[in-house]
Each structure stands twice: as structure tokens, then as C-alpha cells.
Ligand binder design. Structure first.
Ligand SMILES: CC(C)(COP(=O)(O)OP(=O)(O)OC[C@H]1O[C@@H](n2cnc3c(N)ncnc32)[C@H](O)[C@@H]1OP(=O)(O)O)[C@@H](O)C(=O)NCCC(=O)NCCS
Length: 142
């Protein structure tokens, strides 16, 4: 019904993305692959604001299936993931979202994340139909 993925090592994350490139290119006939690739190319062209990798090295992304939203799954996933990061003595975590994503902003704020920077971006324009504000949020874990 949902997933959370993350890393405590930004350099490793970038290497993983690069390693995924050949796989994506080999599946270009699939519409979902083309959508993912389009997003990645746009994200590279319009990078979001970024917090310090030293203070907040961990990054994460989570998604809950539409029919299961609002039932506490996102919060449970995120709390479990943050506990793992704390156990691993990771100093902090950062993530990106948009001011349009009211649910994500609500969840992150509830768990203590604060906005560390924001920037107007055309990144999501094909999906939203208008520019949005790209937000980076941070949470210190110790
Ligand atoms: C963001 C997302 C993960 C939240 O997961 P969820 O399981 O629906 O959220 P939960 O039921 O655990 O809610 C936890 C808290 O989040 C906030 N929240 C959740 N949905 C909300 C909404 N529609 N509006 C405002 N706040 C919301 C609330 O603070 C809520 O706490 P509360 O129930 O005490 O008010 C989910 O909406 C989702 O997968 N969205 C699409 C993918 C996405 O945007 N991922 C994040 C990318 S940055």
C-alpha cells in the first residue's frame, strides 16, 4: 500500500541514479519509463534548493497508494524510517516537495521538518499546468 526509500549517503544516491540510467534507456518503449525519464531530465534541468549535505546527508521519498491515504500509513512509514536513521547515528535528513503538496507538507511538519529553502520552478508544470514553488525541508536527528 505504500513505500519509503531513502539513503544516508548522497554520493551513493547519485551513483545509484546513474546506474539506473541504462536500465531506463533499455525500457524506453514503456510509457511509465518515458514518464520517469522525462521527470528525471526535468529535475536535472531545474534542480531544487538544497540544504547542507553535511548536516542533513539523508534523503528520502515516500508514496502511499491513493486508496490508502489518510489512514496513518505515511506517518507510520516515516516514523519507522526516521528511527532507523537515528539508530544509524545519521545527523539529519532533507527532502524536497512543492508548496502544492498539502498532504506531504502536513505530514513532514507534524514530524518536525522545517522549510529550509524554496524556489519557483517550472519542473512540475506539465503535470500541474502552472509553475510551483520547490521546497526543501530538513530535520535534525540528534
Ligand atoms: C504525503 C503522503 C505520503 C501522506 O501519507 P498518508 O498515509 O496519506 O498520511 P497519514 O494518514 O499518515 O497522515 C499523517 C499526517 O499527515 C498530514 N496529512 C495527511 N494527509 C493530509 C492532507 N490531505 N492534508 C493536510 N495534511 C495531511 C496530517 O498532519 C496527518 O496527521 P493527522 O492525521 O494527525 O492530521 C500521501 O498523501 C502520498 O503518498 N501522496 C502522494 C505522494 C507524495 O506526495 N509523496 C511525498 C512526496 S514529497
Amino acid at each position: 500500500m505504500g513505500f519509503i526509500v531513502g539513503t544516508a549517503d548522497p554520493a551513493r544516491y547519485r551513483r545509484s541514479l546513474l546506474r539506473a540510467a541504462p536500465l531506463l534507456l533499455s525500457r524506453l518503449t514503456r510509457p511509465d519509463t518515458r514518464r520517469s525519464l522525462r521527470y528525471l531530465i526535468r529535475a536535472a534541468r531545474w534542480p531544487g534548493p538544497h540544504a547542507s549535505d553535511t548536516l542533513y546527508p539523508a534523503h528520502l521519498h515516500l508514496n502511499v497508494q491513493q486508496s490508502a491515504r489518510g489512514l496513518g500509513a505515511g506517518e507510520t512509514l516515516l516514523r519507522a524510517h526516521l528511527a532507523l536513521l537515528r539508530d544509524a547515528r545519521v545527523p539529519g535528513v532533507q527532502l524536497s516537495t512543492t508548496t502544492e503538496n498539502v498532504a506531504a507538507l502536513g505530514l513532514y511538519r507534524k514530524l518536525g521538518f522545517r522549510v529550509a529553502g524554496e524556489r519557483q520552478t517550472p519542473l512540475w508544470e506539465p503535470w500541474l499546468g502552472h509553475p510551483a514553488r520547490h521546497v526543501v525541508m530538513t530535520l535534525a536527528l540528534r
